[in-house]
Design a protein around this ligand. Structure first.
Ligand code: BT5
Length: 315
């Protein structure tokens, strides 16, 4: 993202400002100011020329600058109308040294879930990947998944949809008639690279069915549009999620607490399928790195770090 363009936008947000004033404040030529204003108009912003200067009259529903505008989290946003996978694009940027960049797309043509499963990503969703360079050992990277699940769940609830977190990485909207007790609204895919003991980069990918109509959703899924009956403003939804994510990633205890408060899994009877065994019992807690603590029927406490989790009916 062009820093001057963002500065022009910030200046416009404070009220009418003339071309010469902008040029002075940003130390660029008047021709450069004009070019930036034109680029903002191309990006969907309404910038009107009035007697007292330029006035911002409209902000686009979605896009890189639209999300950056007013965002208090320290991210640059790279936006695509369509991209194979925002996680793949974010991984490339991370490998080139990027940090605190968000890749956002309206549509993905090769969206991925865990274990190379397909992730349906039609136009209207929030498909986004955040590049982070945390000072963490690889075993604690799952902290970021905990922080992101809690952050996105909070933003979704603010948008009026009562989502719950299902361990390890799903957001569901409860529905007693659904096979899994709920319909899947979002999923998270965290990927990383690092040496023993130290992480080089982490990409936290979020797939959230925002303004996706029912006909475009896979079986068992739901969207904010379906739940609310009207479209959500994706720009503010993404801003709230990113801002909350930044707070929670800096405070693992708060992230864990926010996760617990919004989790459907705790207090539920679960079956967790691990590569070599299956653990059945009551999910009693989550650890600070997001591992699930299960009390088995034999009274044993097991800590499971990854696996497929099914919610069972009480015995
Ligand atoms: C996940 O995988 O839930 C993680 C999904 C992460 C997607 C984001 S989008 C932005 C970024 N870029 C990417 O390429 N990926 C990330 P998993 O737990 O494995 O769930 C996958 C399963 O969910 C599939 O096998 C389907 O059953 C189901 N599914 C696929 N698309 C869905 C959708 N749009 N909504 C709900 N469920 C879906």
């Amino acid at each position: 993202m062009n820093e001057t363009r963002r500065a022009v936008l910030d200046a416009l947000a404070d009220g009418p400002v003339s071309g010469p004033e902008l040029a002075d404040a940003l130390d660029v030529s008047r021709a450069a100011v004009w070019k930036h204003v034109e680029a903002l108009r191309d990006a969907g912003f309404g910038v009107e020329s009035t007697g007292s200067g330029y006035v911002l009259s409209e902000i686009p529903e979605y896009g890189g600058l639209a999300v950056e505008y007013g965002l208090t989290a320290p991210f640059e946003v790279e936006y695509h109308d369509s991209v194979p996978s925002t996680n793949d694009r974010a991984r490339d940027l991370a490998a080139d040294g990027a940090s605190d960049v968000v890749v956002l797309a309206d549509e993905q043509t090769g969206g991925r879930g865990r274990l190379e499963r397909e992730w349906a990503s039609p136009s209207g969703g929030v498909w986004m990947s955040v590049v982070c360079r945390p000072d963490l050992p690889p075993a604690r990277v799952t902290l970021l998944t905990v922080a992101m699940s809690a952050a996105v769940c909070g933003a979704v609830r603010e948008a009026g949809v009562p989502a719950e977190i299902k361990w390890p990485n799903d957001l569901l909207v409860p529905d007693p008639d659904a096979e899994r007790g709920g319909r899947k609204l979002a999923g998270i895919l965290t990927e990383m690279e690092g040496e023993a003991g130290q992480v080089s980069w982490v990409v936290v990918g979020v797939g959230l069915n925002a303004n996706v109509p029912a006909n475009d959703l896979p079986e068992g899924a739901t969207s904010l549009l379906v739940e609310r009956g009207d479209p959500v403003e994706r720009r503010t939804l993404v801003q709230r999620a990113l801002e909350r994510f930044v707070e929670l990633r800096a405070d693992p205890a708060a992230a864990r607490e926010a996760w617990r408060e919004q989790a459907a899994t705790l207090g539920t009877r679960v079956r967790v399928t691990l590569p070599t065994e299956t653990v059945v019992g009551e999910a009693v807690d989550v650890t600070d790195v997001g591992a699930l603590v299960v009390e088995t029927d034999a009274g044993e406490e097991r800590v499971v770090h990854a696996g497929e989790c099914e919610h069972l009916r009480p015995v």
